[in-house]
Design a protein around this ligand. Structure first.
Ligand code: LLP
Length: 420
């Protein structure tokens, strides 16, 4: 599969000069993104899962260019909200290639998606509760519906991203046949869905296999009850190596385990990878503005923090860090804590990491920032969100300005004097 590229792209594989130029031109913090790598990742997925319906989980990276690239590569778009559905349709993705996975959907989301369905009647909605099914019917929806099942088994890189087995998601396996029968009566029943969690590694393969096995069993049970199952969607979650020395996920092994565990079904296999498609297509660039030594570590203060890349603060996630600054070859390796500008102790990109001794002005790159990086950025501490550009220098999302910070505030209050 020459066009699928290497199985993994490490931080050292990014062209240093390109990154330095981007940072000089666009400023930092800056997300740099490579749509060509997205395409390679899509092709490797197709190679491992031939014939499968592959839906890109848009929440990992929603830039319009990404949605278009993955769709060009033959993937559908799995959306987690009305906003993501809108992004997909605005990008020109046909409704037939868009699914909406409703999790406790707010009324506004159901209203908007049902309205979108009226003009795109081929789109698919995945419901994970009897209430959602009722609320869709109340809105006159009778289109394509998938039933989200909780198979009672899950996996993931952190407890906060394990979905299978958590009561929040999907309907219990033993309730599924009843609800599927109801769905088949009221809607165009489009199959069953489950998602184990996010960041599944080779070690989690047994859990993934068990989830798929239970889904295969359910599909056969429904078929036996006279309910045809168009698709068995076993979710996303394929992990990527965040540590530079960790091996990539063996996608072929995952695919083989999936097919074997699914068994004979008269249905199309669907998967919903997000992270795998975009993680190694993006890096974060951040500039060192402060260097100090304190309590046994060297602290490198940088302009990116938890508002730029939340994953380390939220999941203690490891991201590789490389110092591109000048000539670092002669510098000694020291333990470096990379700390952002937010007034929270959790605002660290890494702690006590062996790195060349940092100097003010150094440019750092943070790896695997393409998935859940920009997407989870916030404006906490009234920090404008960063810009995101492609490696060719095209703007994906402009940098927010200080004027943007207060743009949602109600007008007038600033003129009211506090002593009135
Ligand atoms: N399908 C469903 C229904 C999902 O909820 C998710 C992710 C995916 C597919 C895609 O999972 P992936 O292939 O990207 O692992 N913010 C966290 C990840 C949360 C994932 C939530 N759901 C992180 O940065 O690790």
């Amino acid at each position: 599969r020459p066009d699928g590229g290497p199985a993994v792209r490490r931080l050292a594989d990014w062209d240093r000069e390109t990154l330095e130029e981007l940072a000089a031109e666009h400023g930092t913090p800056l997300y740099a993104f490579d749509p060509a790598r997205v395409r390679e990742n899509c092709r490797r997925l197709h190679g491992a899962f031939p014939g499968a319906d592959i839906q890109y989980a848009a929440k990992a990276h929603t830039a319009r260019r990404t949605l278009k690239a993955v769709h060009d590569e033959g993937l559908g778009i799995e959306s987690a909200s009305a906003g993501e559905v809108r992004r997909a349709l605005d990008a020109g993705i046909p409704g037939a290639d868009v699914t909406y996975t409703a999790v406790n959907p707010p009324a506004q989301d159901l209203d908007a998606v049902v309205a979108a369905w009226r003009s795109h009647p081929d789109l698919t909605i995945t419901a994970g509760a009897a209430d959602t099914i009722d609320r869709l019917a109340e809105r006159g929806f009778d289109g394509r519906l998938r039933l989200r099942v909780n198979p009672g088994v899950g996996a993931g890189h952190h407890e906060k991203v394990v979905t299978g087995g958590h009561p929040k998601f999907g309907v219990a396996l033993d309730r599924a046949p009843d609800l599927a029968a109801r769905a088949a009566e009221a809607f165009e029943f489009a199959g069953i869905h489950a998602h184990a969690g996010s960041g599944i590694s080779g070690e989690d393969l047994a859990d993934h296999r068990e989830l798929v096995r239970r889904m295969g069993e359910l599909a056969r049970e429904l078929e036996a009850d006279g309910i045809p199952v168009e698709t068995v969607d076993v979710g996303g979650g394929f992990g990527v190596p965040y540590r530079e020395d960790a091996p990539p996920l063996d996608l072929d092994a995952v695919a083989e385990a999936t097919r074997e565990a699914l068994g004979e079904v008269d249905a199309t296999l669907a998967i919903e990878p997000g992270r795998y498609v975009v993680a190694d297509a993006g890096v974060l660039l951040t500039r060192v503005n402060t260097v100090k030594e304190a309590l046994g570590t060297v602290v490198a203060g940088v302009d990116a923090g938890m508002t730029t890349l939340l994953r380390p603060a939220m999941y203690d996630a490891y991201h590789a860090v490389r110092n591109l600054g000048g000539d670092t070859s002669g510098r000694e390796q020291v333990g470096v804590t990379v700390a952002g500008p937010v007034c929270e102790t959790a605002d660290l990109l890494c702690e006590n990491r062996p790195l060349p001794r940092p100097e003010r002005g150094d440019l750092l790159t943070v790896g695997n920032a393409g998935a859940y990086g920009y997407e989870m950025a916030s404006t906490y501490n009234s920090r404008p969100r960063p810009a995101e550009v492609t490696v060719d220098g095209d703007l994906l999302r402009r940098r927010e300005t200080l004027a943007d910070v207060s743009r949602l505030d109600a007008p007038g209050e600033s003129s009211r004097r506090s002593d009135e």
